[in-house]
Structures are given as structure tokens and as C-alpha cells.
Write a protein that binds this ligand. Structure first.
Ligand code: BDR
Ligand code: CA
Length: 316
């Protein structure tokens, strides 16, 4: 499967990238960066450094520094550290340079080059994808599927992580999210409803660190501060949101999907909330009418995902 990875590395972004690099089902064809977990300078530098360190030989194109409309909120240093990598030093890439094209142009070029084959896996604010749609609206005909880590639909008792109703990636650019969900291409949304079901506990992370080679050891290092942050919510262990989205892109069979048009709330106290209209609901849904049916993940076989991550990093 040919994948273009749009990302704001980020601790769980780095885990997802290393999965994409290791999993034989994935053929990563490029990376686009976006602000989110840190500034665009930091996330781009992290993407280049990760590629150099782990010999991931794909082009990296810099994307948006801010959302389409709203000002950038503070970067979540308490989750991802000041450098986005849990404050673990990551040597800047010495030999690798970013692409001369900006992310939106790069996305459009890759969509056309790999027409019918390319899956966009987007695990940061959706600004680059919305800008790519604006730059070349016909990419909807060329992209095979879009898999998004973002949103929270209140399923399984999981609502927001940056407000009572909003998930961070959608909250950071709700206008972009609304455009991406409303475009006429197939979108699968991997939100907190399922990522919060896949807990990776301390023993699991220790095993990845011990048995997972250079990548596993790096993952263990960068997840220590992230784990401290999440321990307060989970009682022990982390959610690797972006790795769950990669898992879904590679094989959606561990997930239960729910179909219906999806909107993101773009202002007010519910800014960033994601809402899906149910096709069989008797309730009027005028603001969803005529928009494409998208797929929202509402359940997941968490044991299978944990086993898949382990196979990817530890090999058994
Ligand atoms: C999402 O926000 C970011 O902090 C993570 O990398 C993930 O993509 C989770 O809400
Ligand atoms: Ca991310």
C-alpha cells in the first residue's frame, strides 16, 4: 500500500512513522509536516532527523505553520516535550534536506503520480490536506483513501482531550477538518473513541524498548515523559493515537466502522467537536445533507492492535 504520511512529530507520530517504515505492508512514498505538537520548524526538523537516523529514504515536504483561520494555540509541551520528542535529544539531520515544494503541492503531485493507489494518512491538524484540496480540487479523484487520526464522537465514553468535546488535531484546525471530511473522497476517521481503547502499559513499553532493536529503544526513550503525562489519566500506560491510525490504514479489519456524513464545529464553546449524522436517524440534519458518507471508527479489537504493534517492533 502506497502511503503519504502527513504528520506533526510528536511522540506518537514518531511511533507511527517507525511502524510505517518497518511494516512490510506499507510503502511510504513521502512525508509532509505540519505544526501541531510543536512549531513547523521543529516538526519538520524532527521528521528529517527521524528519517536520517532510521534510514527512511523518502522525501519530506514542509507544510503549514498555522491553521487556515484560527490562531495557533500553545504547543503541548507537557505531552510531547519542548522538542516534540519528549525532550530526548535528536541530532538534526546532517545530510537530508526538505523538498523545495510546499506540502500542498507535494501532496497533489504524489496523488497524481500514484493515481488510484495513494492512501493519505494524516495524523496532525488537517491544514495541509485542506490546502492541497484548495490547490488541486481534482485530487479527490486520484487519492484512494484518507485515514485521519482526529476527532471524538463520544462513543465508548470517549469525548475530547483538549476540551470536553474536542480532540487536539481537529481543535487545532476545525475549518480544515470540516473541509477534509466534506470532500468527495473516502475518509476513515480514527478518533479518541478507539485510540483511547488501546492502552500500552509500562510493561509493554519496556518490552518494546528491550526487544525492539534501535527503533524500540528509541520509542521507549521518547515515551517516558509522554507516559508520565498519560499516567494521570490512564492509571498506567499510554495511548499511541497515531500508531492506531496507521494500523487502521494498513488493515481496517480490527475496527468497527460507522457510516454517515461528518462535520467539525468551527467556533463557539464546542469548537473542534466532530459530529456524524446517522443515515437512519429521524432527526433533521440539514447541515449534513448532501455531504459524503464517511467512516468513523467506533470499536476496535485492542488486543489485536497491541499484538500488531508488538509484531512490528519486536517481530513476534
Ligand atoms: C493527537 O494529537 C497529537 O498530540 C497526537 O500526536 C495525536 O495526533 C491526539 O489527540
Ligand atoms: Ca500527531
Amino acid at each position: 500500500m502506497k502511503i503519504l504520511f502527513d504528520t506533526d512529530p510528536g511522540v506518537d507520530d514518531a511511533m507511527a512513522l517507525l511502524m510505517l517504515a518497518r511494516d512490510p505492508r506499507a510503502r511510504l512514498v513521502g512525508i509532509t509536516t505540519v505544526y501541531g505538537n510543536a512549531s513547523i520548524d521543529t516538526t519538520t526538523s524532527n521528521a528529517l532527523a527521524l528519517c536520517e537516523r532510521f534510514k527512511i529514504d523518502v522525501p519530506v515536504a514542509r507544510g503549514a505553520a498555522k491553521a487556515l483561520v484560527r490562531p495557533v494555540a500553545a504547543y503541548p509541551e507537557m505531552v510531547h516535550g519542548r522538542n516534540g520528542m519528549g525532550d530526548v535529544a535528536l541530532a538534526p539531520a546532517a545530510a537530508r534536506r526538505e523538498e523545495s515544494h510546499r506540502a500542498e503541492r507535494f501532496i497533489a503531485r504524489m496523488a497524481r503520480r500514484h493515481s488510484g493507489d495513494l492512501v493519505l494518512v494524516a495524523v496532525g491538524p488537517l491544514t495541509n490536506i485542506a490546502l492541497a484540496l484548495e490547490h488541486d480540487p481534482d485530487i479527490v479523484e486520484h487519492v484512494r483513501a484518507v485515514v485521519v487520526m482526529g476527532g471524538a464522537f463520544g462513543v465508548n465514553g470517549h469525548a475530547g482531550n483538549v476540551s470536553p468535546v474536542a480532540e487536539a488535531n481537529v481543535f487545532n484546525d476545525p475549518h480544515a477538518a470540516d473541509q477534509v471530511f466534506s470532500a468527495r473522497w473516502p475518509v476513515t476517521i480514527v478518533g479518541l473513541d478507539v485510540t483511547h481503547e488501546v492502552l500500552l502499559d509500562t510493561a509493554y513499553l519496556d518490552a518494546v524498548g528491550r526487544d525492539g532493536g534501535a527503533e524500540g529503544a528509541f520509542i521507549r526513550d521518547i515515551t517516558r515523559g509522554y507516559e508520565e503525562f498519560y499516567n494521570r489519566q490512564t492509571g498506567g500506560g499510554i495511548y499511541s493515537h497515531d500508531a492506531s491510525a496507521v494500523a487502521c490504514a494498513l488493515d481496517a479489519s480490527p475496527f468497527k466502522l460507522r457510516r454517515g456524513p461528518v462535520r467539525a464545529v468551527t467556533g463557539g464553546i464546542a469548537m473542534g467537536q466532530t459530529i456524524q449524522a446517522m443515515p437512519d436517524s429521524p432527526v433533521p440534519a440539514i447541515d449534513w445533507a448532501g455531504r459524503p458518507q464517511q467512516s468513523v471508527c467506533v470499536d476496535v479489537d485492542a488486543s489485536r492492535l497491541r499484538a500488531d504493534f508488538r509484531t512490528c517492533f519486536v517481530g513476534k
